[in-house]
Design a protein around this ligand. Sequence first.
Ligand SMILES: Cc1cc2nc3c(=O)[nH]c(=O)nc-3n(C[C@H](O)[C@H](O)[C@H](O)COP(=O)(O)OP(=O)(O)OC[C@H]3O[C@@H](n4cnc5c(N)ncnc54)[C@H](O)[C@@H]3O)c2cc1C
Length: 443
Amino acid sequence: MDRLEQFLVVYVRLTIIDSRSDGFLMEGFTQDTVEGPLTTCDVLVIGAGPGGGNAALHSARAGLDVILIEDHKEIGTPVHCGECISDVACDNLNLDLPSHVISKRVHGIRVIFPDGTAKKLTEEGYVLEKHLFERWIAEEAIAEGAKLHLSHKLRSMEKQKDENGRFTGWLCDGNGDNFPIQAKVVIDASGVSGVTSRLLDLNPKGKVIAGMQYELLEVPTDGYLDFYIWPQYAEKGYLWMIPKCEGRANVGLVTEDKSRTKKALDEFIENTHFKELTQVSPPWKEKGNPAFGGTIPISGPYELTYDDGLMLVGDAAGFTSPLFEGGSHLALKSAVFAAEVARKRIDEDDLSAEKMSEYQKLWSKEFPPYDKILRGKTALFDLTDDDLSLMARCFPDEMSNMGPHGKIAVCLRILFRRPSLYVKRIIPAMLSFGYSRAKFYGW
Ligand SMILES: Cc1cc2nc3c(=O)[nH]c(=O)nc-3n(C[C@H](O)[C@H](O)[C@H](O)COP(=O)(O)OP(=O)(O)OC[C@H]3O[C@@H](n4cnc5c(N)ncnc54)[C@H](O)[C@@H]3O)c2cc1C
């Protein structure tokens, strides 16, 4: 076989989609070895989560030669996500979701405070089948010409320079038949593991919060996501019931008390109406403990999200929303910015860190005000259960319509009932709910 034939065989294998399995990408695509010289590309994307898939899609759409690698043997599993995304985020991202990735249409969030007071943030959105969503994005990227290599784990990377000391690209190595790979630009979408920060000593290890959930059946719902701010189970975090199709729901929590994650979730279920419901393994999980989850970065965006020919997107860059810790929307959008900058830098043949810094300007102009929300969240978790419930009782039943006057009225109502809350920074705590409904991304 000559080189072109070899390439075509591998390409066709990479892009086969099993029609018998709802568009699941088949395992084992990458078992063929491409012999011969170094694998080269314009853009190497590390990790095929939402950030990586979208980076590959937008880079390929921009006409770049793209390789997407994923260390697992299939995309999207294990799922480490509550799986929800708002309409505002989908609009901002121009996402036209196919029906097979949508589990349920939802109306917004209901926040439930320690005494049971419940207030709504109505804003439509979706609960996804997240693994199918991630596979769909990767399939779109492949359709635009990106190559996908599963079971490929990046383990090292080295800068390459020309005779004048000018940066020309990265030489990347790791486990997987197609390594080593030479790329002009690397987009790190490796999630919370933040592989390039680690390999290059770019950013210190950030703080994370632990998340875990179960799938339950026949869960009663009126189409809202239920978010419980109940510190007794979820320290500096919250619990959720995220309804899915056919009565299924994710019931889970995020908590800073990592050692108690599972115990706290089990206790919450035991002490609530969820106790009566059947717990099952989600459809993508064949064996083992039915609980699933992961960790979420909570230190905020990393100091360095770029370097010579390098951009960090999604969780790898610390992009998550500080109040409810969602991150898929920010992963998807940072990937769009990264693809845009990659195209421009390659066209202008200048991959220097100075020029790559445009990426940081793009995301920082649009992303939610992390520090403000974090200040609010910190103040929120300084409140006692009783303070939290009192604050909740002063909110209107529908929080999404609170304009500036409404917010002032709520502040006055709270301070009238408990003036001491002023020094406990009740105002930033209260406003964190408003900021969290960020302009471009929703909840
Ligand atoms: C319990 C829980 C619930 C959540 N709920 C929500 C929610 O409801 N809504 C929401 O928006 N967000 C939610 N999030 C956060 C969301 O899941 C992440 O923010 C989002 O998945 C980040 O996308 P990403 O592409 O940056 O990283 P990831 O989705 O983590 O993808 C990274 C990929 O890179 C791969 N990888 C890692 N290292 C390497 C390597 N060295 N070489 C090759 N590949 C590598 C990984 O296998 C993985 O597939 C939740 C998180 C958790 C833990």
